[in-house]
Design a protein around this ligand. Structure first.
Ligand code: ZN
Length: 351
């Protein structure tokens, strides 16, 4: 039953009342992380310098770091998570670990259109091998890295594959403000950084979201990560396509990306989920603290109820999972108890 406490007391006068805080829900979902970056030192600075930081610390990346991150995320009390995976070793670790719920997204990075056919063939083969080796593991997904680090032809091929094989897809979009000028006219700090790697990649003259819509990528209903530097037109495109958007407020703040326009997504009825991103740009992998950070960032624009919904239902939708339900007779340990807004995280077993 949902209603006012006084009404419940009237209806059930003999039932004792326990104050469990602000809300009770199924466990929250961390919709976006990179477990293999769990040994990357926490970074604050521009997005472009963060990319340099990731590249410079490439040796800290890998299966040992992913194992540490996996322990942290399991300890955070989430019901499911979405992880971006760039090595076969890490993918096998995730697929072989029992008791996990969520999606492991195989990352694709290939900006040069000349590489599209070969990289697509390798991706198909790799996904087939993962599926055959571990048919009952964590759900397999696909993640074209960004609209500028995967060429247009390859984005279109991956989109058709995702639709044909019902693969959940995640893409980082509109994270850094510099992404706008890169896509509009091939200039700015992100172009200065990425230029040597982009090959024959050409700017479309559109916004990153407009470009994905033009290519038909939104038809696969990809989950769009970050989505900070967007226009209302972009948000309308996303609403029309039915995509879920993942908000990572602490990472956006650390990397100077700007404020996610929460109220714009609410206005157009876009489902929002929450993700921590990696430990390279987030102090921990706790998505409840991410919700608290969003509350601080957006103030009255994001109600506590909307934030809980984002962390639970939005997260499930972002990963393409059935919405979580709690029925009479289910064990109470399967529930998550939220303290009053601003006060953080209360694992169910502590209450
Ligand atoms: Zn990410």
């Amino acid at each position: 039953m949902v209603g006012k406490l006084e009404d419940a007391r009237r209806s059930y006068p003999d039932v004792p009342v326990h104050d469990v805080g602000f809300a009770i829900s199924p466990p929250p979902v961390n919709a976006h992380t990179h477990l293999d970056l769990s040994r990357l030192p926490y970074f604050r600075g521009s997005y472009e310098n963060f990319i340099r930081h990731v590249v410079a610390n490439d040796l800290l990346r890998g299966v040992d770091a992913a194992g540490e991150g996996l322990n942290k995320i399991r300890g955070s009390g989430v019901g499911a998570f979405g992880d971006i995976v760039e090595s076969a070793e890490v993918m096998r670790l995730l697929l072989q670990t029992s008791g996990l719920r969520g999606v492991a997204y195989w990352e694709v990075f290939a900006p040069n259109p000349a590489d599209a056919d070969q990289v697509f063939a390798e991706t198909v083969e790799q996904l087939r091998a993962f599926r055959e080796e571990h048919p009952d593991g964590l759900k397999l997904g696909l993640s074209p890295h960004t609209p500028h680090t995967v060429s247009g032809p390859l984005l279109q091929k991956l989109t058709r594959l995702a639709i044909a094989e019902n693969l959940p897809m995640q893409i980082h979009v509109a994270e850094s403000p510099a992404e706008i000028s890169l896509h509009r006219n091939g200039s700015g700090p992100l172009h200065d950084l990425m230029g040597p790697f982009l090959g024959d990649w050409q700017p479309s003259g559109l916004s990153p979201v407009g470009y994905l819509a033009e290519l038909g990528v939104l038809e696969a209903k990809p989950t769009l990560i970050h989505m900070v530097n967007v226009t209302e037109e972009d948000v309308k495109l996303v609403a029309k396509a039915g995509c879920v958007v993942v908000h990572c407020p602490r990472s956006n703040e650390a990397l100077g990306c700007g404020r996610f326009p929460w109220e714009l997504y609410a206005k157009h009825g876009v489902e929002v989920a929450l993700g921590t991103d990696s430990l390279g740009s987030s102090p921990d992998l706790n998505v409840v603290r991410e919700a608290a950070a969003a509350r601080t960032l957006h103030g009255d624009k994001a109600s506590p109820l909307a934030l809980v919904r984002a962390a639970v239902k939005g997260g499930s939708r972002a990963l393409g999972l059935a919405p979580p339900r709690f029925a009479r007779g289910d064990h109470a340990a399967a529930l998550y108890l939220w303290e009053a807004p601003h006060s953080g995280d209360v694992p169910a077993e502590d209450v």
